[in-house]
Design a protein around this ligand. Sequence first.
Ligand SMILES: Nc1ncnc2c1ncn2[C@@H]1O[C@H](COP(=O)(O)OP(=O)(O)OP(=O)(O)O)[C@@H](O)[C@H]1O
Ligand SMILES: [Mg+2]
Length: 228
Amino acid sequence: MHIDGLSVRFGAFTAVDSVTLEVPPGRVVGLVGESGSGKSSLAKAVCGLVPHTGRVTGASRVQMVFQDPYASLDPRMRVAESVAEALLRMPRQARPAEVERLLGLVSLPAEVAARYPRELSGGQRQRVAIARALGAEPDLLVADEITSALDVSVQGAVLNLVRSLRDRLGLPILFISHNLAVVRYVCDEVAVMHRGKLIEHGPTESVVGSPAQDYTRALLEAVPRLRR
Ligand SMILES: Nc1ncnc2c1ncn2[C@@H]1O[C@H](COP(=O)(O)OP(=O)(O)OP(=O)(O)O)[C@@H](O)[C@H]1O
Ligand SMILES: [Mg+2]
């Protein structure tokens, strides 16, 4: 997926300023930057959820997963129905088996299909949201702070799931997080946003190990563990 000269304006304010970025197949590209730097605005523009200028090519079916899985799952629908909603292109009788396959893909047992979102843990709900996104056969997954609302104990499992989706499906993933430890764990590349502009982009180890920009260095210093 290529983002070319993408800008998002809210009235006179420019939230995303001429960003050019590529997310190659089988790569997880991290997008970091302080609160308000334009990460979610960029993500929403890529998904066609906010008006923008510039071009997004090479991704026709983009699926987004959000921080709060409650926002994307209907509390009145059982897991099976929620996931099956993404499968309307399939004949009705083929959907239950596909729901089961998708739940397996995100390491959820088949019995979860009969439950309501409130009967699941936060991590399980997030897996259902991911299963649902995968059901739409995306050619790009955009994950916006998908572990931020989760207990530390289940964050790791969701992060491992992201890595395994990259490895098993070759799915390109744009992974937004303010947590650089998380980014370092899952991302092959890191792009740094500052006031709407992309100011640095490279392989995770080089951006984290020897940042070119003072701003990136300051972001990293807020996470002392990474600087050892
Ligand atoms: N619908 C909107 N209307 C007006 N301004 C907006 C709108 N959405 C976002 N903004 C502004 O655009 C800027 C970027 O917001 P955005 O949500 O993209 O930041 P972010 O990097 O995702 O921050 P966070 O880490 O807090 O999620 C902010 O100043 C925000 O107030
Ligand atoms: Mg955001």
